[in-house]
Every structure is written in structure tokens, then in C-alpha cells.
Write a protein that binds this ligand. Structure first.
Ligand code: MN
Length: 147
């Protein structure tokens, strides 16, 4: 079937909602993922829809592969490299190679976003204590990480 009809609850036909296990003190909180396109020889990229509940956040990570993200609902803040940016519906963000990134949902509504990623990709790297210490030297980033 070439079409997955959208439901206003931000789910799609024939698309399981993958629930991330919440584990306080680790690297993400309150996220679900739906795989909308799994990639093919012709377009070796996946299209995923993520949703972060209010107050939740994605993993703080970096990797060689890039992401292209489009916010679809809600708003929030994002760590990208050593900057904090605000993000809202229909903003489109390229996350370059080897850039620390983390998204946080700050609106009452969930922060929903599409994310394009290559099918062939390296495993994300998590920050060491040293990396965290370095990021915290930037005032804005320090307060972002403290939340
Ligand atoms: Mn990533």
C-alpha cells in the first residue's frame, strides 16, 4: 500500500508506535517512534516520526550521519552543537555530522517531528563526563543541561 492515512492523533495506518522504555537518569525520556518509510535501494533513507511528551527529551548524542528534522507539532528547545535554539511547528533543522544534539519538549502539547536518516549509519556516541564538562562551559548550554 503506497499510502498510510494520517489520524489526527498523530498516528498513521499500519504503523506501530514504538515506545521507548523510560529510565530516569539515562539519556532519554517519554519518546515514541513511528517508522513511516523504511528505505529502499532507490532512496536509502528512513522517515521516522518521533514524539516527545511535555517535559521529555531525546538522547544527547552525536554521530557521523546527519539528520534532517521537521517539527510537526508543539514546541521546545534544542541543543545543537554548542547553541540552544527554539523550535516550533514546521521549522526544518539540519543536524550536521558530529554535532551534539538533544531536543526537549517544553509546550503542553507533545513535540512531534519527522526525522530523515540514512539506512546505513554509525552508532550514536554518548557524551563522556569530559564532553559534558566542556558543553557546560557555554552558559546557555549549561542551563539547558541543568533542566
Ligand atoms: Mn541523532
Amino acid at each position: 500500500m503506497p499510502i498510510r492515512h494520517f489520524d489526527p492523533s498523530f498516528t498513521w495506518e499500519r504503523t506501530p508506535i514504538l515506545q521507548y522504555k523510560e529510565d530516569v537518569g539515562t539519556h532519554f525520556k517519554d519518546i515514541t517512534r513511528q517508522l513511516l518509510y523504511e528505505g529502499s535501494e532507490n532512496i536509502p533513507c528512513q522517515l521516522r516520526y518521533f514524539e516527545i511528551l511535555s517535559g521529555g527529551y531525546s538522547t544527547l548524542e552525536m554521530h557521523e550521519h546527519i539528520h534532517v528534522v521537521m517539527i510537526m507539532r508543539g514546541s521546545g528547545t534544542m541543543l545543537l552543537d554548542e547553541k540552544i535554539i527554539t523550535i516550533a511547528a514546521f521549522d526544518c533543522i539540519e543536524i550536521p555530522s558530529r554535532s551534539w544534539h538533544q531536543l526537549r519538549a517544553t509546550s503542553p502539547e507533545p513535540l512531534g517531528f519527522l526525522c530523515v536518516v540514512s539506512c546505513v549509519r554509525d552508532t550514536p556516541i554518548l557524551p563522556t563526563q569530559n564532553d559534558i564538562a566542556h558543553l557546560k562551559t557555554v552558559v546557555q548550554v549549561s542551563s539547558f543541561l541543568r533542566v
